[in-house]
Design a protein around this ligand. Structure first.
Ligand code: ADP
Length: 488
């Protein structure tokens, strides 16, 4: 466990360093970071350009036949697709590792270094152009691939012998050369940018990427050997490669979700402790004063009100936690029956009006409120939550309206406010468990991030839906629908 944790942190630290280095270094051609890395950038770019030019000339000079052209073209397509969909590898945030290396190295081992270099350069530049990366980054990364591709081809050519053994050794040697050149040059530029030791960065990269490299080297050997028998047979590799990529994507997405939930839970613990402590302190303080001092009736009543309000707030908080846990473990019973939507809305609005803060008004608009199918208590709970939120997130006051209307076989409930509003990017996520907006957007209004999650889950169990329309600074309208009783 500890090891995984350490690994993960180191991975993301390195990943973040590389990502930041790439962004800043290549963000602008003449930034101070670019000037700092120039001693690496310049020779690599010039070397890459020279190697790529010689590779083009050599490839043309060799007069490739149709089958060679078709083979190189097929491998180029495969490597471009692989580069476009990098495989996220756990612990290697840098390393949305691309399976493109397999095809580039295979080209070098099968068709020689000029073809390998061409495929490497074209793959990188096409993808980086497509991603609209800064020009200097396109040039540098393509140059790195050109040098790595040429190195792979040179090693493959250098290995002598015959048949499958030579081919296997050539593929292994070429993979190693490509990998070594690639991470050495990447580590060089990042170390220079971070003003750190190049050897330390290189060591970290090797530690993080050695296993994926091993897997890719083996896959390259399999591809090259199969290709030697027949390029058509080599196509069977598409299956395992695609499933590796898909599996890694799924795993990575699941891990990301779990980490986000983990982070939100930590945040939730902090929020709940704070939310519990504040009313508890008020109740405790009020009770102490009541006990220790002889008070006038007015003061006495005010302190009792504090105790009443704050303990109600505590009860609501504990209720929310209990409801969330009940919904999570599916222990919620929902009894569906015909309910009087107008009656439910009236009860909620009347109760809320009894303790509205100054500057907030609450109106109920019931033009036509048909009966709905649902669990009256749960619908009330949802509506109470939405009205409480509307009040809570209108710190400057404003008009709140609860509207009911029929809509396509449903009864539509809407709670409108003129409060803080919610940015479009957050309008889906606020219904997720523990999710709260940044305190800067809510002026520090307290909460647990459970209310809307509970609303959504309860409504789903009553065949209902909930969503929000909102504009920051203008207000929000929370809408939910339940099936109409007379349409079923
Ligand atoms: P909380 O207990 O934090 O209010 P909710 O699940 O009820 O939890 O709401 C989630 C988040 O959605 C809140 O933290 C708040 O940022 C935002 N939100 C909910 N209702 C409103 C509203 N009417 N106006 C503005 N923001 C709202």
């Amino acid at each position: 466990m500890t090891q995984t944790h350490v690994h993960r942190r180191r991975g993301s630290a390195t990943g973040a360093a590389l990502a930041a280095a790439q962004r800043r270094t290549f963000g602008s051609l003449f930034s101070s970071e670019t000037l700092r890395v120039l001693p690496v950038l310049l020779p690599v770019t010039l070397g890459g350009a020279a190697v790529a030019t010689v590779a083009v000339l050599k490839f043309i000079e060799s007069g490739p036949g149709t089958s060679t052209l078709a083979g190189v073209f097929a491998l180029l397509i495969a490597s471009t697709v692989a580069e476009a969909f990098p495989v996220p590898i756990e612990g290697v945030a840098v390393g949305r590792t691309s399976l493109a290396t397999i095809f580039i190295v295979a080209t070098a081992a099968i068709y020689g270094w000029p073809a390998g270099t061409l495929v490497a350069v074209l793959t990188m530049s096409l993808i980086e152009l497509g991603r609209r990366k800064p020009f200097s980054r396109i040039v540098y990364n393509s140059a790195v691939y050109a040098l790595a591709g040429a190195g792979a081809g040179a090693v493959a050519t250098w290995i002598e012998g015959h048949g499958i053994t030579r081919l296997t050794l050539a593929a292994l040697g070429a993979s190693t050369a490509f990998y070594a050149a690639n991470i050495t040059l990447l580590a060089a530029v990042v170390a220079r940018w971070a003003k750190e030791s190049w050897v330390r960065f290189l060591g970290r990269y090797v530690y993080l990427t050695a296993v994926p490299f091993g897997v890719m080297a083996c896959l390259t050997v399999i591809l090259v050997d199969l290709w030697d028998r027949s390029p058509f047979i080599a196509v069977v590799l598409v299956g395992p490669l695609a499933s590796i990529a898909l599996y890694e994507h799924r795993m990575h997405a699941a891990l990301r979700r779990l980490r986000e939930l983990d982070r939100l839970k930590d945040e939730f613990m902090a929020v709940v402790s704070h939310e519990l402590r504040t009313p508890l302190a008020s109740v405790y303080g009020a009770a102490m004063t009541l006990e220790q001092r002889a008070l006038e009736q007015k003061e006495y009543d005010a302190l009792l009100r504090v105790i009443y309000h704050e303990s109600a707030r505590l009860a609501r908080l504990v209720d929310q936690v209990l409801w969330a846990s009940r919904l999570e473990s599916d222990r919620t019973e929902v009894t569906l029956a015909t309910l009087d939507s107008a009656e439910v809305a009236r009860e909620v609005v009347d109760a809320a009006r009894a303790h509205l803060p100054a500057g907030v008004s609450l109106e109920l608009a019931l033009d036509d409120a048909p009966a709905a199918i649902g669990d009256a208590e749960k619908v009330k709970q949802v509506l109470v939550n939405l009205v409480e939120n509307a009040v809570k997130y209108s710190p400057d006051g404003g008009r709140i309206a609860v509207r009911l209307a029929p809509h396509d076989g449903h009864v539509r409930f809407a709670v409108e406010d003129e409060g803080l509003g919610i940015p479009a990017s957050e309008q889906r996520r606020i219904f997720e468990k523990f999710h709260r907006l940044d305190p800067n957007l809510t002026r520090g209004v307290g909460g647990t991030g459970l209310g809307l999650y509970i609303c959504r889950e309860l409504l789903h169990r009553m065949n209902g839906e909930i969503w929000v329309q909102s504009e920051v600074g203008k207000g929000s309208t929370f809408v939910f629908e339940l099936p109409r009783a007379d349409s079923t």
